[in-house]
Design a protein around this ligand. Sequence first.
Ligand code: NDX
Length: 255
Amino acid sequence: MQCFPSLVLALSSLLGALALLQLSLYLRVPSRYGKHEERLCRPRGRLPARCAWFLQELPSFLVPALLLAVRSPPRLEPLGCRLLCCLFCWHYFYRTFIYPFFTRGRPFPLQLLFFGTLFCIYNGFLQGYYLIYCAEYPNDWCTDIRFTSGLFLFLLGMGINIHSDLLLRQLRKPGEVTYKIPRGGLFTYVSGANYFGEIVEWFGFAIATWSLPAFAFAFFTLCCIGPRAYHHHRYYLKTFTDYPKSRKALIPFVF
Ligand code: NDX
């Protein structure tokens, strides 16, 4: 396989367009899974959350890992490029092999699982293909301010995301499906602390890679889970009369 810059441009532009489509579809109404599902107890057309998240996220890990494995000759240099590819796979290793096995979420709708899986194949291919076949970095990229500041944001965001996922999980005992007010960590300031972490993470990745595909994905993430954080916030305000009034939806002290 070789690098086709026009393919990277086309796929990144399409990802940007999907982000706008996502925003237009889900700004007013939330995507119907988790707390925003209308008929919560209907088991038909759903898969247990563990299975669904594993299947949906697997391609985001597998596709770049396969691309890396089949590249001949193997891409070993520069170090910056290898590290960036590992960061992407590292996040999706967590999301595929760790997150699903601890989730206490409700069953996930098959229809969204189908589109989510397609999305993960698409994005896994785009990010992996770009980093493994196209990206060119100078040998000292690891000391560039874009790499170091981006890596810092990525790690900070990932830490917030994983910690917030854990706090949400601890709200329920095994088998429980009720919703409670999340507390602690960044939930002290925002309703969508896990989403805030994920958005910071992918903007950090975009800065560290300084690439169009990664900026397109960070933009998609913002358009996808930004509105969802807002819908979660509204849900909490409507459901819990004692919900902390100073808490914002997504960005501490701002929004
Ligand atoms: N999967 C990303 N669009 C997607 C799923 C749906 O990873 O066709 C986006 C992702 C997909 C989407 C994906 C892409 C776009 C799709 C969409 C469906 C339609 C859409 C395909 C790929 C589409 C077009 C047309 C443009 C193509 O019972 P429960 O499940 O609610 O329990 C929850 C629990 N919890 C609580 N428990 C007790 N008390 C409370 N108050 C609770 N609040 C929540 O915590 C869950 O078990 C758990 C987390 O829930 P929630 O709702 O906070 O997070 P969730 O949305 O489930 O995300 C889980 C993690 C989170 O860390 C988030 O950052 C990350 O995954 N994520 C999620 C979505 C997208 C994404 C990351 C990204 O874009 N990077």
